[in-house]
Design a protein around this ligand. Sequence first.
Ligand code: SAM
Length: 212
Amino acid sequence: MTSTELAREALPQRIKRKIKQGMGPWGVFLEGFLRHPVMVGSVVPSSRFVINRMLSRVDWSRCKLFVEYGPGVGTFCRPVLDRLPRDGMMLVIDTNPLFIDYLRRTVNDSRFVAVLGSAADVEEIVRAHGHEKADYVLSGLPFSTLPDGVAPAIAAATHRVIRKGGAFLVYQFRPKARSYMARHFKHIDQDFEAVNVPPCFLWWAWKEEDEA
Ligand SMILES: C[S@@+](CC[C@H](N)C(=O)[O-])C[C@H]1O[C@@H](n2cnc3c(N)ncnc32)[C@H](O)[C@@H]1O
């Protein structure tokens, strides 16, 4: 903004901008929620307890491509990049342009790629970035509030895109999300994290060696 534009900015707008700036990523997340409440599904980003528990089961030595659906303001991005091998790639996919724009501006890491799009198109997106398969896919998507048919389509595409021995990592407030995974993955581990707003379920759906 130029100084003339700043001077002309109406007071309520100026106050709103200052509050947003002061809140940092929380302000961006809240704005994303207020614009698309059904697609975002939560007003607060995940806690570090959810992050650490969810990522504790990843075999990082065998991770070349880590995909995340619905990164929001990137709560998981730094923790994933801190663990990812130097020749790995983290590909995040979100339908909200506000979040993708924010991530492109704030995450400075050559292994990081942020794509504006739907998780349902994960296979094309992965191929467009030079990979056939993903080692791990992480999702914080609000499965139960997505438009009709989207959650089953995402679960099916995710099962196809994960390599054998890899896993689909999902955290959700409602237990129903497990049913979408169970249609495709035979082996699903479950846990629960109470220190989060709200407390949530965690699942690791493994693609076994004998699966197609
Ligand atoms: C609850 S927020 C997750 C926030 C973040 N991962 C965290 O842990 O704090 C859900 C995110 O999913 C995104 N989303 C919703 N539908 C999507 C879809 N079909 N494909 C990709 N992202 C989607 C929303 O824009 C939002 O960023």
